[in-house]
Structures are given as C-alpha cells and as structure tokens.
Design a binder for this molecule. Sequence first.
Ligand code: NAP
Length: 545
Amino acid sequence: MPSSPHPATSPASPDGLDVLVVGAGFAGLYLLHRLRGLGLRALALEAGSGIGGTWYWNRYPGARCDVESMDYSYSFDPALEQEWSWTRRYPGQAEILDYIEHVADRFDLRRDVRTDTRATAAAWDGADRVWRVCTGGGDAFAARYLVMATGCLSVPKAPGIDGLERFQGRVFHTGRWPHEEVDFTGRRVAVIGTGSSGIQAVPVIAEAAAEVTVFQRTANFSLPANDRPLAPGEQDAVKRRYRERRAQARRSPTGIPGRKADRSALDVSEEERTATYREAWEHGGLFGMLRSYNDLTTDADANATAADFIRARIAEAVDDPATAEALAPRSHPFGTKRPCIDSGYFGTFNRDGVRLVDLRAEPLAGAAPGGVATARREYPADDLVLATGYDAMTGALTAVDPCGRGGLRLREAWAEGPAAHLGLAVAGFPNMFTVTGPGSPSVLSNMVVSIEQHVEWITGLIASARERGAEVVEADPEAQRRWVAHVQEVAGATLFPRAASWYMGANVPGKPRVFMPYPGGVDVYRDVLEQVEASGYEGFRLSRA
Ligand code: NAP
C-alpha cells in the first residue's frame, strides 16, 4: 500500500469522472446503469477478465444459487424480466453469468467497465474533493464519488493449511476455479471444507472421480435444493404477476416473496411440526424451512426441533451410521451458520470411493506431497479442492484499505470490527459508499434485492447532493454509532452469535468477532432507509466542502 494518503497524483480525472465504481458484478453493473440515467459519468474497475463478480469466479462443479431464479434477478426493468427466460428452478453459475452478460449488452454497459483492473489503493483528497484511486497496473483515476461494489464473498480467506506448497497434485479453490473444464475422471480428489461450496461440489466431483475424500471440520445443515427444470407455463404464470411478486420480495424479511409464519414452533403438536418441516424439506428450499415458524432464529428450543428434523433426514440418507453421525451438525443452531442447499450431498457418501474424514476426531495436520494428512494418517490425493471460504463482508474493502479524512485508514477505523452507517457509508470516509456493506441485510437476504435497494438509494443520495450543490456527503459519526449499536442489539436477541460463523468473522484468525449483517429484515431495513431519505438524509452531512 502506498504511504502517501494520495496514491494517485493526477490533479483530476482527465475525463471528469463523477463516480468510480469498484466491481462489475450485479451491483457494479446496475450502478453504471443508474448513474448514466442521472447523466453522471461513471466507470467500473473490475479485477476479473470478465464481468459477473461472484458468478465470474465461482465456476466450480455444481455451483448454483440458493435463491430461485425467478427471484434472483434484476427487477428494475419490467421488459427485461419479461424477455429473459430461466431454464431451472435454481440457476446454475453458467446461466447466471449468461444473464449478467445479457443485461450488460442490453443496456450497453461494457463500454464503462475496465476489466483486468484491480483497485489497489484509494485516498480521499479533501482539497479537490475527489477520491484518487490506484490500480495494480499503475493507472490512476479520480472521481467525486467512490462506490465499493466489491461483493460480500469475493476475497478467499487464507486456507490455513500447512504444507500446501508441498502438495504435488493440482490445487483448486472453489472461488478461483479455472475457466477450462477440470477433468476429475479416475482421479483421487481431496476436498477440504463443507460449507455451501464444498457441499455443492462434492456430488458432482464424485460422479467422475475414482475417490473423493471430504475433510470436514464442522458438520453443516443442508437441505435438498429439489432443483428441477421449470415446468412449462410455470414461468409465464410468474411473469404475469411479476410486478406484484417483486413488490412482495422488497417488503419481505429476506427479499424473497412470502412471509414468516406467525406461530412458534413450540405452539404446535410434534405431528403438525413434522408435517410442516417435511413440506419445507420437499418444496421450500432454504428460506422455506427458516420461515416455517417465527422463532427458529431466536429460540433455542424451537430451533432444536428443526435441527432434530434435519439430523433425522441425514441419518436416513446415509447408509453407514458412523458417517451419518459425523455428518450430523451439532455444534451450532440451525441457521446460525449459513445453511446450504444441495443436490444429493448426503447420499454421495453411500458411493464406493467416497469417504468422510471428521477433523474433530482426527485434526488436520496439513498437506503432504502425495495427499492430505491428519493426526491419524495420510490420505492419498491427486487433486486438492479448497472449499475453505472467504474473508467475508469486509475482506474486499480492507484489501483496498481506503484512506479517508486526515489519513484515517479503513483497517484502523475497523480494528474493533466494521462500523458503517446503515451498512452504506463510513464516518470519516466522505463520498464513499458500500453496496451491501456490513450493517445491512446483505448476506441474510436475496442479494439482488438488497443490491438494487442500495444502488437506488446511493444514486438517489448522490443526485440529491448535486441538486443541493453539496460536493461532500459523509455519515455522521453519532448516527453511525447508534446504527452499529442497533445492529448488535438486534443480533443479540437472536441465536446468530452462538455460532463461530463467517457472519461473525470467526473463520478468519485475528478478525474481530462482530456480527456483521443486519438481521432485522429487508422489510424493516427498507422502512429505515425510506425514513432517512424522507427526512432529507438525517444522519448524513451534506456540505460544499
Ligand atoms: P464457508 O461457508 O466459509 O465454508 C468453508 C468450509 O471450509 C467450512 O466447512 C470450514 O470449516 C472449512 N475450512 C476452512 N478452513 C479450514 C481449514 N484450515 N481446515 C479445515 N477446514 C477448513 O465457505 P463457502 O462454502 O465457500 O461458502 C461461503 C458462502 O458463500 C456461503 O455461506 C454462502 O453464503 C455463499 N455461497 C452460496 C452458494 C449458493 O448460493 N448456493 C454456494 C456457495 C457459496 P468451519 O466451518 O469449521 O470453519
């Protein structure tokens, strides 16, 4: 990182950029579209060689979204949603990327994206009231506003596995998967990690590989995706009432149409509860199960009923009782770590050549030249798949480590944990916004709904500032302190803090343990943002300098 607070020394951007966007995934692309609509000049810097963000990088076998395709898509243009057709209930990576590419072409967005361009440093220049941004290739940009559309799960965490460099086979990270097809035919594959990525990849890898050894540190809750082709007519029926469905999504707790049940899991008979869970298991997907009762994320006893139900399904699916028991999650309440949805994950352990290594029973020693070693023995492998996760929510922001007012670095400002007003802006960092930043519903919601909301709100604020002749917009420290305290208070009333999850920063050694997303609901959060806007942006300072 540069020591100077002003990494880019060019006096101003030669072409007078109003907004520099970092990232060209769902968020960055929509920002370009909105900003253009306001008559502003915007440019997006994208580290990848193509657009798409998460869906550009995550090409691992089985990569699929856990939100249904009809909901995991932009709603801002009614014609767009009518003309695009999805093939399956849950969209796979390639189909989502096709969709993003279609949107970029349809709205002619590519001309304002610079791919293969990683923002490496950013500094607020208070004299000129611009952000100066440097890239890995040595380019410098200046713009009045900086919007970080860098994604919540875009920077892989260091795997934390000793001896990786000694391993002589191929090594893949799920979030940095090669573009060319990876053939596992006849190979012995070791997979480390059993979060969503590992759980999706294992069944597909096992179809080709001779052997798959899955190294599990924490057993995870996973529900069947029940993915299927969209039936004829099903999509048309949604499209006929798409506007209504989108409106419902925006006013729902998770950004997915439908509401939480209004009863406790403990207020119904066991028979009724089991029937409800079975319905959710067979049809409801991840969010259907979580919404079955209103207290699954707040009451440990209620939660245990759902956890017991899922553990019973795992025991049914896996033939070997010892493997089934090792796969049964017992270390955290259901939903407090991001649950997964899978296509045949548990049943995969019934295949010849697929085995589970429970790292709680035999801790990982590290990689060896010919495989992966635990405290007990070495497991031979030709290929190693790291499904070890991300420096979530803050990693992509602290990697750039913007330098704000008075030389304040974001990493310093967040040394005790991320603090952002409404998850949108950070006190001390004028004219910088974060899309789905910490303190917003983000990863607890349908990301596309939350992204659209943030993009519309941020661009609305920029437009309003310009109308008022304000060149500087900054979160008020006291308003930010209150919001951060509110997020922690709401989180404290839930079971979330009981899990050592990436929501808590617990997967990255040394990262402060703070619950990062806002668990109050997309609907409640929307009300808050609307009130702030209606008040003339209370909690933000708009000034000429
Ligand atoms: P993750 O949920 O953080 O899972 C990482 C896994 O690797 C965990 O099982 C973790 O164990 C294990 N691990 C990490 N370091 C390890 C080490 N040194 N030794 C042994 N085990 C280690 O990461 P992810 O699966 O990539 O998923 C991240 C998030 O991305 C998901 O929660 C989800 O929000 C999103 N995602 C979504 C989809 C989807 O839409 N379907 C798919 C993929 C990802 P511990 O649990 O013990 O730390």
